[in-house]
Design a binder for this molecule. Structure first.
Ligand code: ADP
Ligand code: MG
Length: 698
């Protein structure tokens, strides 16, 4: 009888047990099914090894050899512990180097056989590989799971090694592969020439040939793309197949609007406004993404939609991720509506809602929203509260959308009757990824910055130049500009990083920047406190802001034209670009100084890229190429994590095929009621619970 693999706890899979089950849980493996779906992130071809003399410099390669000289940890340049061993075969020798892992020294014994994987370099005329992956091997392993074949390499956690994973996965394949259910309907499998799932899962772990591996990968990738596209198409349908409001937009309104600014709208801005106007006049709800680099002027575009809604006698709402951004929008909108000559005698009534307001203030606001004494409201997450209720909300803007989840977006929209929704993002999204993630949205892109902006020059210096760099900053600040100094703060080493930032700050106050006004903001601080410091900085009551990356999103301080980023190698490229977008927001030129010792060639190439280009789209594509889509938006975003094998960049064709099939399927069976589609429903429930409502609704 066929068993349901997601009902078999991992603990009861042969070779696991309670202790290992706990460790496997850290890798997200809870059931037998999870184990079979735990895929290698790369493979090593250990059928035949390249002789050391034939290794190619600059390439990532697998090699095998015997330890000739064992390792002993030595300190190097006083700071780093360095372990070096020599490996040899009949043809030559190669050195392996590790930094700051002194315990490795004791691991390697002369005469031991070891398989290594890493990038081969020529350093001081000898072959070397820095921080290779390694695995010890014995002589009698030919034909085992780890030698003499294409070997899977899995992500690990402490206490769970490659060999252990290979063993339990192999066992599980033998026991359970036959019970794997094919989620993809037979017709689609046939049309797209997909192998059956049991064979594919086996071959994705233990392929006999590289062709087998590729075929298996394509099969699993198709499934991932397909499921995700089903979700996205469902989401789009759940929104656009409803009756919204068909706004009336007179050409004179657009003309009058454009004339209200001291500047001329860019082509991109005008085109985006045209897109929005066209959508708003239709009765099907708008669902549009407005993307454009930091500073390209998205706000002006979004305000147009709000004004158009008000001209139709309805209300608009703008949701921003932070108080300071909400405030910023509020201030600019206030200026704008004062100059606008429509809205009747009452003018256009706008308001700001944040969680910091007192209950009394909030209650008064709620009342006015409900009775339509407010036309446009700008706020933070506070807008999502249940008590917020509109008289007639017809236009919604979500700013910096990656800071909000799909559900929050839906929550705000639900406060109107199928309002038009504009989503804005300053993280440029390459086209392929856009289709994957936002296949449900129409897209407007602003590709150019307004003219007359100062130039941002970016330079890279090694850390040893830190003092000189800070001295320059001091000189600039003394002449009246303001500066940001940014420290990385990543989750894994949060405490250490915070300590580094705090210590530097204290040192700055008493040494480098003595006599200047500075403040520190970081993620552990109370939000209100951060906001207050930011406002002070904006009013030029501070000269220098030392900050961790919480600065990233949209703050606009025209007088801040210097930025120093410490340990720049630890940021993603798009993140660096976002940070850099905080300066150069006026007509003055700006300087961004990256302090970093990148250590690897790749790290250097990344910094070169950010020094050379200011085009956010180019940077995003480059970032995506080198780091892969999973890292692109940070963790837990967008269901991208569910694309474990599929790569929207390299497998565009497959993605498009899957998208087409998903579309046809939903068209034929929009609620997946056909019994053959029940497994799809089941998987959506498990992997994409946030989309399930849309499946059940309607
Ligand atoms: P972002 O796209 O990053 O949200 P903003 O909308 O905050 O950019 O605009 C950044 C700055 O550029 C604002 O001060 C805004 O007034 C100004 N701006 C917007 N459009 C133009 C334009 N067409 N010409 C000149 N300045 C503009
Ligand atoms: Mg913005």
């Amino acid at each position: 009888m066929s068993q349901n693999l997601s009902d078999i706890p991992i603990q009861f899979v042969k070779g696991v047990g309670p202790a290992k089950a706990k460790l496997l849980a850290e890798l997200g493996i809870l059931t037998a099914e999870d184990l079979l779906y735990f895929f290698p992130y790369r493979y090593e071809d250990r059928r035949e090894f390249t002789p050391i003399a034939k290794l190619q410099v600059g390439q990532w390669q697998t090699l095998m050899g015997t330890v000739l000289v064992g390792g002993e940890a030595k300190s190097w340049f006083s700071r780093k512990m360095r372990v070096e061993i020599a490996i040899g075969d009949d043809t030559g020798r190669i050195f392996c180097v590790w930094f700051n892992q002194p315990y490795l020294g004791k691991l390697f014994k002369i005469g031991q056989k070891v398989v290594l994987y890493g990038k081969v370099e020529l350093f001081k005329n000898r072959l070397q590989v820095v921080s290779p992956d390694f695995e010890f091997v014995t002589d009698d392993e030919e034909g085992s799971l780890s030698m003499g074949r294409i070997v899977p390499i899995y992500p690990l956690t402490r206490g769970v090694g490659q060999r252990y994973l290979r063993k339990i996965i192999d066992t599980a394949l033998n026991l359970y592969a036959a019970d794997l259910k094919d989620i993809i309907p037979f017709d689609i499998r046939r049309r797209c020439k997909l192998d059956d799932i049991a064979k594919s899962i086996r071959n994705i772990h233990f392929p006999q040939t590289l062709e087998e591996q590729q075929k298996a990968n394509a099969r699993v990738a198709f499934e991932e793309f397909f499921l995700f596209q089903v979700c996205i198409i469902l989401r789009r349908m759940s929104i656009i197949e409803k009756e919204g409001i068909a706004h009336k937009i007179a050409p004179s309104l657009m003309k009058q609007y454009a004339q209200n600014f001291p500047f001329k709208l860019t082509h991109g801005q005008q085109a985006a406004i045209d897109d929005i106007a066209a959508d708003m006049t239709k009765s099907r709800p708008m669902l549009r993404l407005l993307q454009g680099d930091v500073g390209c002027g998205k706000t002006v575009v979004a305000f147009f939609g709000c004004i158009a809604a008000v001209a139709n006698g309805t209300q608009a709402a703008i949701m921003a991720p932070t108080e300071i951004l909400a405030n910023q929008h509020y201030e600019s909108l206030k200026k704008l509506v004062e100059t606008l000559s429509f809205g009747g005698d009452k003018g256009i009534r706008i308001a700001l809602l944040t969680s910091r307001m007192s209950k009394k203030q909030k209650d008064a606001l709620y009342q006015k929203l409900k009775s339509h004494e407010i036309d446009i409201i700008i706020g933070t997450h506070a807008l999502l509260e249940q008590t917020v209720d509109f008289a007639h909300l017809s236009f919604v803007v979500i700013d910096e959308q990656h800071k909000f989840g799909v559900n929050q977006r839906a929550l705000l929209s639900a406060k109107g009757t199928n309002p038009d929704v504009l989503i804005m993002t300053a993280t440029p999204i390459p086209r392929t990824l856009c289709l994957t993630l936002y296949g449900d949205l129409d897209v407007s892109t602003i590709a150019e910055l307004p003219p007359g902006r100062g130039k941002i020059s970016t330079y890279h210096f090694p850390m040893e130049k830190a003092q000189a760099t800070l001295e320059r900053v001091r000189q600039w600040v003394s002449k009246g500009t303001q500066a940001y100094i940014i420290y990385p703060l990543v989750e894994e080493s949060e405490k250490l990083d915070l300590k580094a930032a705090t210590e530097s700050f204290d040192h700055f106050v008493s040494h480098e920047f003595k006599g200047l006004r500075l403040a520190l903001v970081h993620g552990q601080m109370d939000r209100a406190e951060v906001e207050e410091i930011m406002q002070k900085f904006k009013r030029h009551e501070l000269d220098i802001l030392v900050a961790t990356t919480i600065l990233e999103v949209g703050i606009d301080v025209g007088n801040a034209n210097v930025m120093v980023i410490e340990h720049a190698e630890r940021f993603g490229l798009s993140q660096l670009h976002q940070l850099r977008g905080r300066i150069g927001r006026s007509e003055k030129d700006a300087v961004c100084l990256l302090l970093s010792d990148p250590g690897t060639e790749e790290g250097k190439a990344r910094l070169d890229a950010i020094v050379k280009t200011t085009d956010g789209f180019k940077i995003a594509e480059y970032d995506l190429e080198i780091r892969g889509p999973g890292h692109y938006f940070g963790r837990h975003q967008h269901g991208l994590n569910e694309l474990r094998v599929a790569n929207p960049i390299t497998q565009m064709d497959l993605l498009q095929k899957a998208r087409l099939e998903a579309g046809n399927l939903i068209q034929a069976d929009s609620h997946l009621n056909n019994p053959e589609h029940a497994p799809i429903k089941g998987v959506i429930k498990k992997r994409y619970p946030q989309y399930l409502d849309m499946l059940l609704a309607g």
